[in-house]
Design a protein around this ligand. Structure first.
Ligand code: G4P
Length: 536
């Protein structure tokens, strides 16, 4: 169903607009430099005039802004925003992933909404635990990964050693697009393997607050000015040629190889090459499979799915927003869409593009774009919205929780508010809610990927639903999927408990720890204890 004011659009417009878009996320471990890189990308694309305007940390304000008081107090960003960068007739949609070490499911869900990921590594640290977890999710979703080795201006590891680590630990074949001249910490410049080994010497600008000065230098002069560093780089480049470490589109798009770039986000070294790589190599939005597995072409009527819910971003308005990734068709503000889960119409009068805490009213969007729907109380994470004949995308999988707590209303007189609040947080995917007859309705078990999710629950239950909660931590750290046949046996074992996940009716068994799990599996091989997604 469409609003009568909708502008009729041709198929070609949608196809060509989709082709201009690149929708991606940065996956990294905290402190690898994600915020700095985001700033630098926006700076290079001239979206902002001076680095620092995007960052949400410290006294720098901007895109990954801290919406909730709690976030401000902690100086971290829990929410996911989308940043739109226009560059050389392309539109880059950078979906933010929360960067705190204390992981939440939001980070994983963002990867359901992107077409490509930039894996950001600290040159001194290589692959870190959170990078590995996120990479696993990206791999599970078949998302192509571009690698950016950051902080080359600081002492770090050998470039060949880092490539080796990527290949050995995660089985991703690295294909460097550029190569550093000068070791980590003594960074002289970059050789562009995609441009006949053209050399660019880098000159630092004070404070790194503006674009680095990149000076093209020919090989003869480079050999003269860089001396031994140049010779070493040439030897390494010859080695790369010998082992055939060349970019290969097919294996990159299949998630088997990864183009690698070396650089330093803070002084803005090599960031422009990453931008060029994103617009030339990262895939544009393409047909997405619906729940029945049928690919829906980008020029089909409008469709999209909710990958994130966000409440109370603006205290003055007390609203609830749904972030929707557009999969097909053109979106015009005011369209009346259909909510696939309920079959009900959904009016989109109040649609916004979100640029951090700033909101702009959005009139048109195309595949790859992110739209934010205001007052989206009826929507849940994973829900599909469409125009025309019905389509539904597969649900976004729930991830393996590792932290569990029983929730109770502090004031039993406010049980109604308590129940409503827990239901709402469940539908937004803030935590998973598990119930069992044994524990009863009044004491649901909350399950989280990271304990920070519990702080969000506490805060919102008290301030939004006026029903403060008491959370008692449970001594479980592993969750597995089970079935009705295994449940009664598992429930009787010590160190295990079976509950039902409210959102999808799945039976989960919680176990104290991996050791106990192994013992149960050994003693009862007949019982179903299937791993859940990511880290389970
Ligand atoms: P994150 O979002 O991934 O957590 O990392 P963030 O960008 O905040 O960067 C973490 C620290 O690493 C910051 O320093 C940042 O300035 C530094 N950094 C990022 N990229 C580079 C780089 O290419 N070279 C160097 N030398 N440092 C880099 P901080 O002192 O912890 O924070 P801040 O006070 O600068 O915000």
């Amino acid at each position: 169903m469409s609003a009568p004011t909708r502008t009729p659009t041709g198929r070609n417009e949608v196809t060509s607009e989709a082709a201009r878009r690149r929708t991606f996320a940065v996956i990294s471990h905290p402190d690898a430099g994600k915020s700095t890189l985001t700033e630098a990308l926006a700076l290079h694309a001239a979206a902002i005039t001076s680095a620092g305007a995007v960052h949400g940390k410290g006294d720098r304000r901007g895109v990954t802004s801290d919406w909730m008081e709690m976030e401000q107090a902690r100086g971290i960003s829990i929410t996911s925003a989308a940043l739109r960068i226009e560059y050389q007739d392309r539109v880059l949609n950078l979906l933010d992933t929360p960067g705190h070490a204390d992981f939440s499911e939001d980070t994983y869900r963002v990867l359901a909404a992107v077409d490509c990921a930039v894996m950001l590594l600290d040159s001194a640290k290589g692959l870190e635990p959170q990078t590995l977890k996120l990479f696993d999710v990206a791999r599970g979703r078949g998302i192509p990964v571009i690698t950016f080795v950051n902080k080359w201006d600081r002492p770090g590891r050998e470039p060949l050693e880092l490539l080796d680590e990527i290949e050995q630990r995660i089985g991703l074949r690295p294909t460097p697009l550029n190569w550093p001249v000068g070791i980590a910490g003594d960074f002289r410049g970059l050789v562009d393997r995609t441009a006949g080994n053209a050399y660019t010497k880098l000159h630092r600008t004070p404070g790194g607050a503006t674009k680095a000065v990149e000076e093209p230098v020919d090989a003869a002069r480079a050999a003269e000015i860089e001396g031994a560093a140049w010779e070493q780089a040439m030897e390494e480049l010859a080695l790369l040629d010998e082992i055939g470490a060349h970019y290969d589109a097919e294996s990159f798009l299949a998630g088997k190889s990864s183009p690698v770039l070396f650089g330093a986000a803070l002084p803005n070294f090599g960031v422009s090459h990453l931008l060029r790589t994103l617009i030339t190599l990262a895939p544009a939005p393409s047909a997405r499979a619906d729940a029945s597995g049928t690919p829906r072409p980008v020029d089909a009527p409008f469709s999209g799915f909710v990958f994130k819910m966000q409440a109370n971003m603006d205290k003055a308005h007390r609203d609830r927003m749904a972030f929707v990734r557009v999969c097909s068709g053109r979106f015009d503000r005011g369209m009346v869409l259909t909510h696939a889960a309920s079959g009900r119409p959904f009016a989109t009068k109040y649609t916004q593009a979100v640029f951090g805490a700033e909101r702009h009213t959005l009139d048109t969007a195309y595949p790859g774009d992110v739209i934010a729907l205001v007052n989206a109380q009826a929507l849940r994470v994973g829900d599909t919205l469409y125009d025309g004949p019905k389509v539904e995308f597969p649900p976004i999988p729930s991830f393996a929780p590792e932290h569990f707590a029983v929730a109770r209303a502090v004031d039993s007189g406010r049980y109604k508010q308590f129940r409503r609040g827990i239901e709402q947080l469940d539908s937004e995917g803030v935590v998973q809610v598990l119930v069992s007859d044994v524990r009863g309705e009044q004491a649901p078990v909350l399950a989280a990927v990271g304990p920070l999710q519990f702080d969000v629950v506490r805060h919102r239950m008290e301030h939004e639903f006026r029903a403060p909660v008491e959370l008692s931590h449970l001594d479980y750290s592993v969750a597995r999927r089970t079935d009705a046949a295994s449940a009664p046996v598992l429930h009787g074992l010590s160190g295990a408990e079976v509950l039902t996940r409210r959102s999808d009716g799945e039976l989960l068994v919680l176990v104290h720890n991996k050791w106990r799990l192994r013992v149960i599996q050994r003693d009862h091989p007949e019982l179903l204890m299937e791993p859940l997604l990511a880290g389970g």
